[in-house]
Design a protein around this ligand. Structure first.
Ligand SMILES: [Zn+2]
Length: 132
């Protein structure tokens, strides 16, 4: 748990500005106490998660950000669409983003949870990986 920065969430506008809004949201709610060094990865991951929801999901979509102290930072993007993102190589159709493959590389853990009202794609970033 983080004693410094409370969890926050943002209802996403489902258009091409969503990534920019998400990064601005991170500006306001990112935990600089525990996760300052993770911010560059955070920007990349949140952009991919949000872009994926805008392109392939359905409204409403919500971004949830939570610092978990030593356990890292979790970002979750939920939307009302049923289709999970596919892990695949970036291709010409990937346009500006490299998709979930980038999330896979940058995240300590990530996953997709299906629910009755859609799905959640989540990522957890961890700064200090224990040796061994
Ligand atoms: Zn924190």
């Amino acid at each position: 748990m983080c004693q410094s920065t409370p969890p926050a969430d943002l209802v996403l506008v489902m258009d091409a500005t969503a990534g920019r809004h998400a990064r601005r949201f991170l500006d306001e709610h990112w935990c600089d106490v525990h996760a300052r060094d993770l911010r560059p990865q955070g920007d990349l991951v949140v952009t991919e998660l949000v872009t994926n929801a805008v392109r392939h999901g359905a409204p409403p979509a919500v971004l949830a950000l939570e610092c978990q102290g030593r356990d890292g930072v979790s970002m979750r993007v939920s939307d009302a669409g049923p289709d999970a993102p596919e892990l695949r190589e970036a291709g010409p159709e990937a346009l500006g983003g490299r998709g979930i493959a980038l999330v896979d590389v940058l995240s300590a853990q990530w996953g997709v949870e299906a629910g009755p009202d859609g799905k959640t794609v989540w990522s957890r970033l961890v700064g200090q990986v224990p040796a061994g």
